[in-house]
Design a protein around this ligand. Structure first.
Ligand code: FES
Length: 261
C-alpha cells in the first residue's frame, strides 16, 4: 500500500562531497516489499512543487527505520540536506517494484554491480542475499576516491568486494566493465545492477543471455505512481516504437533486454 506521511528524520549527515545519508522513521517502512523501492519526497519549500524520488538504501522493519542516500544536484535537495534530526519530511511511498529476490537460493552465488550514486539501494540487496547464505560478489565503480561511499556496508554484506575509480585514485583504475570481463558472468545465478546509463549498458551488453540479470533504471518523474507517463522507457524489440513501460510503477527494476537503456 502506498502511504503519505510525515516521516521523522532520525539523522542526516554528509558522507561525501554533496552526498548525504538520512535515516527516516515511519509507518511507510512496514509496507516496503523489496530492495530498491523508492520514496517520493516533498521538499519543504513552497516553490518546489514536484516531489523527488530517492531509492531506499536499507530498511529495518523492527524499528520502522530506513536509510536514503542522496546527492545534492540542485536547490531542492539542498534544502533537504539542511534539515535536522527531529524534523519531519513529507514522504510518499513505498513506490516501485523493487528487485525480484525470489532467486537465487541458498548456496548459490550472486553478482552485484553498482556505480556512483546508484550504489545505495544495492546495500539491502547484498544484505538480504548474504543473510540467506548466498555468496555475494560486489563490483563498485566511482569517479574518484572522494566519491567512494558505502564501502564498509558492502564489505560487511559480501564475500568479495572490488572497487574501481575512473581516475585510479582508489582501487583499480577503470570502470566496472573491466572487472566484469574478468568474471564468468554465467556462473552467477543472479545479477543485480544499478548505476548510470552507461554502466547499465555495459552490464546489459555482457548479460544479454543471462536468465536472471536485473537493472534498476532511472528516469525523470512527476507523479511517481503511474498516472502521468513522465517516466516511460521503450520496450526493447518493439519496432513500432510505441510500447513503453513506466519506470515509477512498472520499474524501476527490469530484466536485462526488457527495455531500451
Ligand atoms: Fe508519473 Fe511515472 S512519474 S507515471
Amino acid at each position: 500500500m502506498i502511504l503519505q506521511e510525515d516521516m521523522l528524520i532520525v539523522s542526516n549527515i554528509n558522507i561525501a562531497p554533496r552526498v548525504f545519508r538520512m535515516v527516516l522513521a515511519g509507518e511507510i517502512v512496514s509496507d516496503i516489499t523489496a530492495p530498491d523501492q523508492f520514496l517520493h519526497i516533498r521538499v519543504p519549500s513552497p516553490d518546489k512543487i514536484l516531489r523527488r524520488p530517492i531509492s531506499i538504501s536499507e530498511y529495518n522493519k523492527t524499528d520502522k527505520s530506513c536509510v536514503i542516500i542522496y546527492r545534492v544536484e540542485g536547490p531542492g535537495l539542498a534544502v533537504v540536506s539542511d534539515m535536522q534530526a527531529g524534523q519531519t519530511l513529507d514522504v510518499m511511498g513505498p513506490l516501485g517494484n523493487g528487485f525480484d529476490m525470489t532467486g537465487p537460493f541458498p548456496n548459490q552465488k550472486a553478482l552485484i554491480i553498482g556505480g556512483g550514486i546508484g550504489t545505495p539501494p544495492l546495500v539491502q540487496v547484498a544484505k538480504d542475499l548474504t543473510a540467506t547464505g548466498i555468496a555475494v560478489t560486489v563490483l563498485l565503480g566511482f569517479a574518484q576516491q572522494s566519491a567512494v561511499i558505502l564501502e564498509t556496508e558492502f564489505a560487511a554484506a559480501s564475500s568479495q568486494l572490488e572497487i574501481v575509480t575512473d581516475d585510479g585514485s582508489y582501487g583499480q583504475k577503470g570502470n566496472v566493465g573491466l572487472l566484469m570481463d574478468d568474471l564468468d558472468l554465467m556462473s552467477y545465478d543472479a545479477i543485480y545492477a544499478c548505476g548510470a546509463q552507461g554502466m547499465l549498458k555495459a552490464v546489459a551488453n555482457r548479460t544479454e543471455t543471462h536468465p536472471n540479470a536485473f537493472i534498476s533504471m532511472e528516469a525523470r518523474m512527476a507523479c511517481g505512481m503511474g498516472a502521468c507517463y513522465a517516466c516511460v522507457v521503450h520496450v526493447a524489440g518493439d519496432e513500432t516504437g510505441q510500447k513503453s513501460l513506466k519506470v515509477c510503477d512498472e520499474g524501476p527494476i527490469f530484466r536485462v533486454g526488457e527495455v531500451v537503456i
